[in-house]
Structures are given as structure tokens and as C-alpha cells.
Write a protein that binds this ligand. Sequence first.
Ligand SMILES: Nc1nc2c(c(=O)[nH]1)N[C@H]1C(S)=C(S)[C@@H](COP(=O)(O)O)O[C@H]1N2
Ligand SMILES: [Mo]
Length: 202
Amino acid sequence: MATPTRGFFGRRRERDPRLPPGQYDVGNDWPVLTAEPTPRIAPETWSITVDGRVEQPTTWSWDDVHRLPPSEYRGDIHCVTTWSKFDTRFTGVSVDTLLEAARPTADAHFVVATSKTGYTTNLPLADVTGGKAWIVWEFDGTPLPIEHGGPVRMLVPHLYFWKSAKWISRITLVTRDQPGFWEQNGYHDRGDPWRQQRYQGD
Ligand SMILES: Nc1nc2c(c(=O)[nH]1)N[C@H]1C(S)=C(S)[C@@H](COP(=O)(O)O)O[C@H]1N2
Ligand SMILES: [Mo]
């Protein structure tokens, strides 16, 4: 009787430990996922405002953000549509730097990120502080393509990518959680890929 050798069936490839459950490695591709027409925003006309429950509402122009201490993210990103992309490199500034200037008040516990297009997404303040969130204008050392949110997008890579608002224009500090565009349409409120928080109730 022929006995299959261990190697024959045992050679299944090890799952990459960087891959959260239910995700696949998209490789060099970077899918575009946008629920609205892509806006054309000239860097000279772009600005970002941090407002709401802050002591010092502040607006930065394109030139202003470039004068802030630069900060880079190197690592992986995960989309709820099941692709993950490894070893990305984004450059911009840490959201911490913006918040240091605007100074959230003690009752600020959540943020709403708003795009120029009107897209919104909500996050606990704790998910955008402590070196976990950026606004970015470069990908792999080149200007962020407009379909990926250029000139400037938010980047919150430890959560599913719908939390990373493209064409970011405003970060508003609020006392209570305010579900954003996808969160009102069935997506999970927090979106942790390691816990597969895809939809409400997950
Ligand atoms: N302004 C805006 N930001 C957005 C979206 C959008 O439709 N509009 N889509 C979100 C979703 S669902 C995902 S998965 C990512 C996709 O980013 P990408 O197109 O650069 O891959 O952007 C997020 N940010
Ligand atoms: Mo998405």
C-alpha cells in the first residue's frame, strides 16, 4: 500500500504572521476604494483644521505642515475588503503633533475625521494618539497619488483602512462617539483587523 509521505501533504505554506485573520496579501497592487468622485485639490489650496473640543483651534496650510517635524510610518495596511499590503512607507506628520498645538480639552474622547469631499469617519482619541496616526503626503518617497487621497490623507494603519480618510481636511474633537459614513452604513465602530471587527456586531 502506498503511504503518502509527510512532506507531500505537509508542505502547505505557513501563513504569514503579519496577515490578520480573513485577509490575503495583495502584493505590489494597491486597490483604490472610494465611495465618491476623486477630487482634484491643489496643494496650495489644501489645508487641515483641528477644531471642536480643543483649547486652540488651528489650521495648517500645505507649507505649514511641511514645517512641522516629519514622521514616517513603515509597516502594513489592511482593508476590510480582505486585502492587506505589507511594508508600506508613508511620510507626513504625526497626529500627535497637530493635537499638541490644538490642545484637546479634558472632555475630548473621540475624533471625527472629515474629508474635503464630505466623507467622515470616527475614531476614539486613543486610536489617533501615541504615535498611531498620521496625516501623510508621500507614499514610498513619491507624492501621494490623488486616487489614494493626495495631496494629504489620514493614516491609521492599526485599524481597517476605511478609518484612513483620504483628502483629509478636518479633525474634530468631540466628547461622544459620532459614527461616520461607513459606520452609519453597517461597518464596525472601531475596526480592529486583528479582531475582525468588520461589521456592526462583530
Ligand atoms: N474621503 C474618503 N476617504 C476614504 C474613502 C472614501 O470613499 N472617501 N474610502 C475609505 C475606504 S473604505 C478605504 S478601504 C480606503 C481605501 O484607500 P485606498 O483607495 O488608498 O486604497 O480609504 C478610505 N478613505
Ligand atoms: Mo474599505
